[in-house]
Write a protein that binds this ligand. Structure first.
Ligand SMILES: Nc1nc2c(ncn2[C@@H]2O[C@H](COP(=O)(O)OP(=O)(O)OP(=O)(O)O)[C@@H](O)[C@H]2O)c(=O)[nH]1
Length: 351
């Protein structure tokens, strides 16, 4: 299985075109003088953050980004054309790292943010450029400068206001699908979510971005299961909604497993504001509800919210609770101000 939140890409900017060696030739004009034009600049390689993407899947198919070479200069002082640039379009939240996978080159956090990863080589000077009082007819020109080449890593850390965490089958995808237009895959087997999904939730006229992170299991931070690869996405949320399925035999243990993984991952995930909810509450009768809610309360230290995506019970309260924390932690603003909101519709899961 290949994960889509990291990709290795080779980039190369265009070489500059060579300068030309040429002399003006016209009837009745002897020694017309040098008129070799300069070469064009090579194309740059850019990266740009765009909305509407939430995986790096495209980079699995296209791993080479090469800009075009500048054309050579020509006689009659004609400058070569600049090489065409290329722009890699990446989801908002993509970080670009050096080949070592650690050194950050740029973190693209806003829609429309652009960064030049490799500059095209300058075009060479044509011989007209070298004309001087002592040499009226230079017979040389510069070659163009070479473009830059390098290998880089792209790493996606989605930017969402709230993140859904929980064990596989906790009901995260269902929650997201119920409160937003996102249509993640839902099935009652674990790990239906193979990459994070984003959706926009609206509550009392306010919008915020919600991310569904694939299920975490014990050992996730060590690479067991698939959740650990996605914990990075949680790093950038303001609040977590931690869902514990009412169908878990031991809800306290389920809660603690996820907390442990968040803690082990580091990056202060454990310190993020968290709302705890017992999900799929419609599957329990009154007596069981009380029992499981108590059990979960014991584990998390406060009464959990009770909700059901199936019946809608508690859903509005959960959204309001999330919104309140988002608003409080962002000085009144929800989604980042200069980011229009990415909405995701059908996205295929990857093998
Ligand atoms: N009865 C009931 N079933 C639910 C509810 N929410 C989710 N389910 C079911 O529980 C199963 C798992 O739900 P998902 O939303 O896929 O769970 P998930 O946490 O996203 O799972 P992963 O993608 O594996 O991490 C599915 O069969 C859902 O239909 C609910 O509120 N009530």
């Amino acid at each position: 299985m290949k994960f889509l939140d990291e990709a290795k890409v080779y980039i190369r900017s265009g070489d500059g075109g060579a300068g030309a060696v040429s002399f003006r030739r016209e009837k009745f004009i002897e020694f017309g003088g040098p008129d070799g034009g300069d070469g064009g600049r090579g194309g740059d390689v850019w990266v740009e953050a765009v909305n509407g993407l939430n995986t790096l899947i495209d980079f699995r198919y296209q791993q080479h980004y090469k800009a075009k070479t500048g054309t050579h200069g020509m006689g009659r002082n004609r400058t070569g054309a600049n090489g065409e640039e290329v722009t890699m379009k990446v989801p908002v939240g993509t970080q670009i790292l050096e080949e070592d996978g650690e050194t950050l080159i740029v973190d693209l956090v806003r829609e429309g943010q652009r960064f030049r990863l490799a500059a095209g080589g300058n075009g060479g000077f044509g011989n007209a450029h070298f004309k001087s009082s002592t040499n009226q007819a230079p017979t040389w020109a510069n070659p163009g400068l070479e473009g830059e080449e390098k290998t880089i890593w792209l790493r996606l850390k989605l930017i969402a206001d709230a993140g859904l965490v929980g064990l596989p089958n906790a009901g995260k995808s269902t929650f997201l699908a119920t409160v937003t237009r996102a249509r993640p895959k839902i099935a009652n087997y674990p790990f239906t979510t193979l990459h994070p999904n984003l959706g926009v939730a609206t509550i009392d006229g306010r919008e915020f971005v919600l991310a569904d992170i694939p299920g975490l299991i014990e050992g996730a931070h060590e690479g067991v299961g698939i959740g650990d690869r996605f914990l990075g996405h949680v790093e950038r949320t303001r609040v977590l909604l931690h869902l514990v399925s009412a169908q878990e035999e031991k809800v306290g243990k389920a809660y603690k497993t996820v907390r442990h993984e968040l803690d082990a991952y580091g990056g202060d995930l454990i310190g993020k504001p968290e709302i705890v909810a017992l999900s799929q509450i419609d599957t329990l009768d009154e007596k069981e509800r009380k029992k499981k809610a108590k059990e979960l309360e014991k584990a998390c230290g406060r009464p959990p919210m009770l909700l059901s995506a199936a019946t809608g019970e508690g859903m509005t309260d959960a959204l309001r609770a999330l919104r309140d924390i988002i608003v409080a932690s962002s000085g009144g603003d929800t989604a980042l101000p200069d980011r229009s909101v990415p909405v995701q519709d059908d996205v295929e899961d990857e093998e």
